[in-house]
Design a protein around this ligand. Structure first.
Ligand code: DGL
Length: 263
C-alpha cells in the first residue's frame, strides 16, 4: 500500500493541478483537502492564512501518513511554504506563477499576471518578476471574483460572460501576448477566457510543471501499477454546494469526513 499524496487548496482550484498529477501518476492514491470555510484566500490577512494552512496541512498529512503534500494554491504557496516545511519531514511542493516560461514565450516582451489580490501584492511575486522577467513589461491583474466564478462553474452554474468580460477588460487594453494564470482556479475557466481574449493571447499555468516535480520527488513511482490508485477522496472544512458534491462524485471522488479547522 502506497502512502497517499495530499493535495490542498481553498477550493476547486487545486483540482486543476491534481488532474495533471493524476495523468502522470495514475497509480497513486490521492486525498484532496478543500479549506472552503476560508475561501477566498486572496482576501485573507497573511498571519491568518499562514496559521490556518499550517494547522490543517500538518494535522491531515500526519493523520493519513501522506508521502508528499502539494499546496495547489498560489496564494498560499507564495507565503506558507517555509512555515510548513519547518514542521513536516515529507516533501512539500508549492505552486508559483509561471512567470519565467511566460517571459521566455512572449514575442512582444509584454506579459500579464492574473492572480488573486494576495498573490499580486506579495514580495515573493515581486521578486519572481524581478528575477525572471526583468526585461519584460509585466502587467498585474488581481481578481477574487474570478475565483468565485470558477467555483460556481464547478458547482454546475453557467458562466456569466458579461461578468467575465468586465473582469478581463483591463487585459484587453494591453498588448500582452502571454497571460500567466497565477491562481489554480483560473485554468477551470480557460475556454471561456479564450472566448473573451481571442487567440492572440497564450494562457499559461503551472499544472504540468508541478506534476513533473511531484513525479521526481517520489522515487517509488516505477513500482506503482495501473491497478493501484484506488483512493481518490476529499475532505472539506465546511459544507459544500450539492452541485459540487455531485460533480466530484462524477469525477470519481469519494467524500471523506469533515475536517474541522483548529478552534
Ligand atoms: N486557488 C488559489 C490560488 O491558486 C486561491 C484562490 C482563493 O481562495 O482566493 O491562488
Amino acid at each position: 500500500m502506497f502512502r497517499p499524496i495530499l493535495v490542498f487548496d481553498s477550493g476547486i482550484g487545486g483540482l486543476s493541478v491534481l488532474s495533471e498529477i493524476r495523468s502522470l501518476l495514475p497509480g497513486r492514491d490521492y486525498v484532496y483537502l478543500f479549506d472552503n470555510a476560508r475561501l477566498p484566500y486572496g482576501e485573507l490577512q497573511d498571519e491568518v492564512l499562514i496559521s490556518g494552512c499550517v494547522d490543517l496541512v500538518v494535522r491531515l498529512s500526519r493523520q493519513i501518513d501522506a508521502a508528499l503534500v502539494v499546496i495547489a494554491c498560489n496564494t498560499a504557496s507564495t507565503l506558507v511554504l517555509p512555515a510548513l516545511r519547518a514542521q513536516l519531514s515529507i516533501p512539500v511542493v508549492g505552486v508559483v506563477p509561471a512567470i519565467k516560461p511566460a517571459a521566455q514565450l512572449s514575442r512582444v516582451g509584454e506579459i500579464g499576471l492574473l492572480a488573486t489580490p494576495g498573490t499580486i501584492k506579495r514580495d515573493y511575486t515581486r521578486q519572481l518578476i524581478e528575477d525572471f522577467a526583468g526585461d519584460s513589461q509585466v502587467h498585474l491583474f488581481a481578481s477574487s471574483e474570478l475565483v468565485l466564478l470558477a467555483e460556481r462553474k464547478m458547482a454546475g452554474a453557467p458562466v456569466n460572460y458579461e461578468d467575465l468580460m468586465k473582469i478581463l477588460a483591463p487585459i484587453k487594453e494591453t498588448d500582452l501576448d502571454v497571460l500567466v494564470l497565477g491562481c489554480t482556479h483560473f485554468p477551470m475557466l480557460k475556454q471561456e477566457m479564450r472566448d473573451c481574449l481571442g487567440d492572440k493571447v497564450s494562457l499559461l499555468d503551472s499544472g504540468k510543471a508541478i506534476a513533473r516535480r511531484v513525479d521526481s520527488l517520489l522515487p517509488d513511482n516505477s513500482m506503482v501499477t495501473e491497478k493501484m490508485g484506488l483512493l481518490l477522496g476529499y475532505h472539506t472544512t465546511a459544507n459544500i454546494e450539492p452541485g459540487l458534491c455531485e460533480r466530484l462524485e462524477l469525477l470519481g471522488f469519494s467524500k471523506l469526513s469533515y475536517f474541522p479547522p483548529a478552534e
